[in-house]
Design a protein around this ligand. Structure first.
Ligand SMILES: [Zn+2]
Length: 201
Protein backbone atom coordinates (compact mmCIF):
# COMPACT_ATOMS: atom_id res chain seq x y z
CA UNK A 1 0.00 0.00 0.00
CA UNK A 2 2.86 2.36 0.80
CA UNK A 3 4.01 2.18 -2.79
CA UNK A 4 0.57 3.05 -4.05
CA UNK A 5 0.46 6.12 -1.85
CA UNK A 6 4.01 7.20 -2.66
CA UNK A 7 4.91 5.80 -6.08
CA UNK A 8 8.69 5.66 -6.35
CA UNK A 9 10.51 6.25 -9.60
CA UNK A 10 14.18 6.16 -10.55
CA UNK A 11 15.78 9.58 -9.97
CA UNK A 12 17.83 9.12 -13.13
CA UNK A 13 15.32 7.94 -15.71
CA UNK A 14 11.88 8.00 -14.01
CA UNK A 15 11.35 4.24 -14.42
CA UNK A 16 8.97 3.08 -11.66
CA UNK A 17 10.71 1.06 -8.95
CA UNK A 18 13.89 1.78 -7.02
CA UNK A 19 15.26 5.22 -6.15
CA UNK A 20 17.99 4.50 -8.71
CA UNK A 21 17.65 1.68 -11.24
CA UNK A 22 20.55 -0.66 -12.10
CA UNK A 23 21.16 1.02 -15.47
CA UNK A 24 21.42 4.47 -13.92
CA UNK A 25 23.71 3.21 -11.12
CA UNK A 26 26.02 1.81 -13.80
CA UNK A 27 25.98 5.09 -15.73
CA UNK A 28 26.72 7.07 -12.56
CA UNK A 29 29.78 4.89 -11.89
CA UNK A 30 31.64 6.37 -14.87
CA UNK A 31 34.96 8.01 -13.95
CA UNK A 32 35.09 11.82 -14.05
CA UNK A 33 36.51 13.58 -17.08
CA UNK A 34 38.19 16.94 -17.50
CA UNK A 35 35.99 19.51 -19.22
CA UNK A 36 36.76 22.92 -20.66
CA UNK A 37 33.99 25.51 -20.07
CA UNK A 38 34.16 28.74 -22.11
CA UNK A 39 34.71 30.87 -19.00
CA UNK A 40 37.75 28.93 -17.76
CA UNK A 41 37.74 28.98 -13.92
CA UNK A 42 41.57 29.32 -13.50
CA UNK A 43 41.87 25.70 -12.21
CA UNK A 44 41.03 22.34 -13.88
CA UNK A 45 37.34 21.38 -14.00
CA UNK A 46 36.21 17.73 -13.81
CA UNK A 47 32.68 16.54 -14.52
CA UNK A 48 31.28 13.20 -13.36
CA UNK A 49 29.16 12.96 -16.51
CA UNK A 50 27.29 14.83 -19.24
CA UNK A 51 24.14 16.87 -18.60
CA UNK A 52 22.15 13.98 -20.05
CA UNK A 53 20.77 10.60 -19.05
CA UNK A 54 21.19 9.48 -15.44
CA UNK A 55 23.39 12.43 -14.40
CA UNK A 56 20.89 15.01 -15.66
CA UNK A 57 18.00 13.08 -14.11
CA UNK A 58 19.70 12.98 -10.71
CA UNK A 59 20.52 16.72 -10.79
CA UNK A 60 16.91 17.58 -11.66
CA UNK A 61 15.54 15.15 -9.07
CA UNK A 62 17.75 16.62 -6.33
CA UNK A 63 15.86 19.88 -6.71
CA UNK A 64 12.46 18.27 -6.13
CA UNK A 65 11.28 18.06 -2.54
CA UNK A 66 9.83 14.58 -3.06
CA UNK A 67 13.21 13.29 -4.16
CA UNK A 68 15.39 14.58 -1.32
CA UNK A 69 16.59 11.01 -0.66
CA UNK A 70 18.54 11.01 -3.92
CA UNK A 71 20.94 13.60 -2.50
CA UNK A 72 22.48 10.87 -0.32
CA UNK A 73 23.17 8.73 -3.40
CA UNK A 74 24.53 11.72 -5.30
CA UNK A 75 26.88 12.24 -2.34
CA UNK A 76 28.20 8.71 -2.74
CA UNK A 77 28.69 9.30 -6.48
CA UNK A 78 30.59 12.52 -5.69
CA UNK A 79 32.74 10.66 -3.14
CA UNK A 80 33.64 8.00 -5.72
CA UNK A 81 34.57 10.69 -8.26
CA UNK A 82 36.71 12.56 -5.73
CA UNK A 83 38.52 9.37 -4.74
CA UNK A 84 39.16 8.53 -8.40
CA UNK A 85 40.66 12.01 -8.99
CA UNK A 86 42.77 11.66 -5.82
CA UNK A 87 44.08 8.29 -6.96
CA UNK A 88 44.93 9.72 -10.38
CA UNK A 89 46.74 12.68 -8.77
CA UNK A 90 44.37 15.24 -10.28
CA UNK A 91 43.34 16.61 -6.88
CA UNK A 92 45.10 16.47 -3.50
CA UNK A 93 44.06 13.86 -0.94
CA UNK A 94 41.66 15.14 1.74
CA UNK A 95 40.88 18.44 0.02
CA UNK A 96 38.03 20.40 1.61
CA UNK A 97 34.90 20.61 -0.57
CA UNK A 98 33.52 24.12 -1.04
CA UNK A 99 29.98 24.15 -2.46
CA UNK A 100 29.42 26.71 -5.21
CA UNK A 101 27.00 29.40 -3.99
CA UNK A 102 23.24 29.12 -4.49
CA UNK A 103 20.69 31.90 -4.25
CA UNK A 104 19.22 31.54 -0.75
CA UNK A 105 15.61 31.86 -1.92
CA UNK A 106 15.94 29.03 -4.40
CA UNK A 107 17.80 26.86 -1.85
CA UNK A 108 14.96 27.26 0.64
CA UNK A 109 12.37 26.39 -2.00
CA UNK A 110 14.28 23.17 -2.69
CA UNK A 111 14.42 22.03 0.93
CA UNK A 112 18.01 23.21 1.47
CA UNK A 113 20.93 23.72 -0.90
CA UNK A 114 21.33 20.44 -2.84
CA UNK A 115 25.00 21.06 -3.64
CA UNK A 116 25.91 21.59 0.03
CA UNK A 117 23.89 18.52 0.97
CA UNK A 118 25.58 16.22 -1.56
CA UNK A 119 28.97 17.52 -0.38
CA UNK A 120 28.01 16.62 3.20
CA UNK A 121 26.63 13.24 2.07
CA UNK A 122 30.00 12.49 0.43
CA UNK A 123 31.62 12.21 3.87
CA UNK A 124 34.44 14.58 2.79
CA UNK A 125 35.25 17.71 4.81
CA UNK A 126 32.95 20.54 3.69
CA UNK A 127 33.32 24.31 4.07
CA UNK A 128 30.22 26.20 2.88
CA UNK A 129 31.99 29.56 2.75
CA UNK A 130 30.63 31.05 -0.47
CA UNK A 131 27.42 33.04 -0.67
CA UNK A 132 25.71 34.82 -3.50
CA UNK A 133 24.52 38.42 -3.25
CA UNK A 134 20.70 38.16 -3.26
CA UNK A 135 20.62 40.98 -5.81
CA UNK A 136 22.30 38.75 -8.42
CA UNK A 137 19.75 37.57 -10.97
CA UNK A 138 18.89 33.90 -11.58
CA UNK A 139 21.56 32.67 -14.00
CA UNK A 140 19.22 30.50 -16.06
CA UNK A 141 18.08 32.43 -19.10
CA UNK A 142 21.19 34.63 -19.20
CA UNK A 143 23.78 34.27 -21.96
CA UNK A 144 27.48 33.79 -21.25
CA UNK A 145 28.47 37.49 -21.14
CA UNK A 146 25.43 38.36 -19.03
CA UNK A 147 26.24 35.53 -16.60
CA UNK A 148 29.78 36.82 -16.17
CA UNK A 149 28.69 40.40 -15.44
CA UNK A 150 25.80 39.20 -13.23
CA UNK A 151 28.24 37.31 -11.01
CA UNK A 152 31.04 39.88 -11.06
CA UNK A 153 31.44 40.87 -7.42
CA UNK A 154 28.30 38.92 -6.42
CA UNK A 155 30.07 35.93 -4.84
CA UNK A 156 31.17 36.56 -1.25
CA UNK A 157 33.54 34.67 1.02
CA UNK A 158 32.03 34.33 4.52
CA UNK A 159 35.02 32.57 6.15
CA UNK A 160 38.46 31.36 5.11
CA UNK A 161 38.62 27.56 4.69
CA UNK A 162 41.90 25.95 5.72
CA UNK A 163 44.01 23.73 3.48
CA UNK A 164 43.49 22.97 -0.19
CA UNK A 165 39.95 23.14 -1.51
CA UNK A 166 37.90 21.78 -4.39
CA UNK A 167 34.88 23.80 -5.53
CA UNK A 168 31.80 21.63 -6.19
CA UNK A 169 28.68 22.42 -8.22
CA UNK A 170 25.85 20.39 -9.72
CA UNK A 171 26.16 21.54 -13.35
CA UNK A 172 28.85 23.50 -15.19
CA UNK A 173 27.43 25.37 -18.18
CA UNK A 174 29.44 28.46 -19.18
CA UNK A 175 31.77 28.18 -16.18
CA UNK A 176 30.77 31.66 -14.89
CA UNK A 177 29.73 30.49 -11.41
CA UNK A 178 32.86 28.37 -10.95
CA UNK A 179 35.06 31.20 -12.24
CA UNK A 180 33.55 33.74 -9.82
CA UNK A 181 33.85 31.21 -6.96
CA UNK A 182 37.49 30.29 -7.66
CA UNK A 183 38.43 33.96 -8.22
CA UNK A 184 37.15 35.10 -4.80
CA UNK A 185 38.87 32.17 -3.06
CA UNK A 186 42.20 32.83 -4.80
CA UNK A 187 41.89 36.54 -4.03
CA UNK A 188 41.77 35.63 -0.34
CA UNK A 189 44.82 33.38 -0.58
CA UNK A 190 42.90 30.09 -0.52
CA UNK A 191 44.67 27.22 -2.31
CA UNK A 192 42.12 26.00 -4.90
CA UNK A 193 43.08 22.71 -6.55
CA UNK A 194 40.19 22.12 -8.95
CA UNK A 195 36.45 22.19 -9.54
CA UNK A 196 34.26 19.06 -9.63
CA UNK A 197 30.69 19.03 -10.97
CA UNK A 198 28.12 16.28 -11.31
CA UNK A 199 27.44 17.22 -14.93
CA UNK A 200 28.83 19.28 -17.79
CA UNK A 201 26.21 20.87 -20.05
ZN1 LIG B 1 17.13 4.84 -13.98
Amino acid sequence: MGELLLPQKCAGCATPGALLCDDCRLELARPPERVFPNTAPLVPVFALGPYAGAHRGVVLSMKERNHLAVRKYAGAVLRAGVEYLEARGDIPVSAVLVPAPTRQSSARARGGDPVEQICRASGCAVAPVLSLDPRAADQSGLDEAARRSNLSGAVRLTAAPGGRVVVVDDVVTTGATLHASVAILLAHGVDVAACVTLCAA
